[in-house]
Write a protein that binds this ligand. Sequence first.
Ligand code: PEP
Ligand code: MN
Length: 381
Amino acid sequence: MIIILEPDLGEPARVVDTITAVAARYPGVEVRPYSFSGTQHSFTEVHLVGSTAALPTNAFETLAGVLQVVRVSARYRLIGRHASDHLSVGFEHNGVRFDERSVHVFAGLCAVDTREHVDATMAALARAGIVTTRMGAYKPRTSPYDFQGLGAACLPWVFELAGKHGIKLVAMEVTDAAQIAEIDAALERSGRPTSVILQIGTRNAQNFELLKTAGRQRDFPVLYKRGMGITLEESLNACEYIASEGNPRILFCLRGVKTHLGDPHRNLVDFAHVPVVRRQTRLPVCIDPSHSVGIRAAAPDGLPDLFHVVGQGVIAGASAVLVDFHPHPELALCDGGQALTLDQLELLLDYVRRVRATYDAAVAAFHGQERPDRQSERRSG
Ligand code: PEP
Ligand code: MN
């Protein structure tokens, strides 16, 4: 059972104490409070675990400060969206907000290679007004003989250049817990000119120790890539691991699933799951067209397949797009074949804005009235 307190309560601890006292009347019930800072409000929830079947909901519903009591039917206790729960909690990090109201584009290098390429890429982002990028330093590669990324050595100048170009958030994959500390130390040494969202890649989608470490630290949010060969449910359970360790700031990223049925694309594009993740969880959803499609081919209309699948994700309400760019894709040390060129950046951003505007208009037209999720925010806000 989950007891959702009214948002922005002055003293949630007092309500938690009252709930604890009421719950103590029932044997075998454990009380676990959780607090979240959303993009608009702060929330506290009290989870009652154990022998909760006999608990009457009205024992808690009538308490002052309680907004709603939900019997948990979903298995995702923390990340799950429960019955009649339309809250779009989202999160904010270093001034960048992720929720259902906007779309951020993390455009950048799959793998950091040279200072010049990072500088040119970030300069293009700054000209376009983008403050989010992707920069891979630790690369999980299929072959041990392929470029493995520059690792910790490149962090000082990547962060320095991010600061120079006003980049607030760098999506950076970690493949080992020790790299989180390396990133934090490099940020500290460079005076924290930017920040990082820790990417957990598809190959580590069920590396439970890494997931738990990313959940225990509170310095960085997590961009979780769905597992390429596991069910959506298994990937969502992996996110529940991160949240259950204390870090609910998770951006869930779809990146295609491994099957030859996706040929000639690198993976089978799975952006039909955008509304599913939005319905089943409270997590903002990201799409990665680059690792889904994996090639730069274009349709007869001239638009790359990469653009078309971005459209599929954004029209379904995605909150972020993670996409490979490179100033010279032919020189890229990793995934050059799927990188867009910098002169396509403005085109992509314009395309995203147009599709998102169509999505907003289409949703409004569908309802012909106020959206159910916005009604709930008004009631609770
Ligand atoms: C990446 O984004 O660089 C990457 C390796 O992606 P994935 O884990 O989805 O393959
Ligand atoms: Mn890649």
